[in-house]
Design a protein around this ligand. Structure first.
Ligand SMILES: [Zn+2]
Ligand SMILES: [Zn+2]
Length: 124
């Protein structure tokens, strides 16, 4: 198996939740935050762009971020619980993680931070 890939994923899992970044904005509308992920092109876009994606089965970033976060949460738990076991799980989840990471890696931290922030606000 490709050790580099696994190491990359492990690094990503370890970085989980550590680094706040500014919210990422739409590439076409630079003052409008990204809200959707195109399931066809992988493009991340804002609500102004949404009209160009009619008929796509696109997902809102909170939904996508939630799925990614759940996946990473589980991997992180496993990582903390048992380092060797998580390697197996990472290999098992490789396709799913790669798919999400490949498309959403750039905005992952931002949206994860937003989700976490909202959770903290709700708890306080
Ligand atoms: Zn689309
Ligand atoms: Zn836009």
């Amino acid at each position: 198996m490709g050790g580099g890939l696994i190491e990359d994923k492990m690094a990503a899992v370890k970085r989980f939740g550590l680094r706040p970044k500014p919210v990422q904005c739409c590439r076409k509308h630079r003052s409008t935050p990204i809200e959707f992920a195109c399931m066809i092109s992988g493009e991340l876009y804002c609500r102004i762009c949404a009209r160009d994606h009619e008929g796509h089965d696109d997902q809102s970033m909170p939904v996508v971020a939630d799925r990614v976060q759940r996946s990473l949460n589980e991997l992180q738990r496993l990582y903390l619980a048992k380092r060797t076991h998580v390697i197996d799980r990472l290999v098992g989840h490789q396709q799913e993680v790669e798919e999400f990471m490949g498309i959403f890696y750039n905005t992952l931290d931002e949206h994860r931070r937003l989700v976490l922030e909202q959770e903290y606000i709700l708890r306080d």
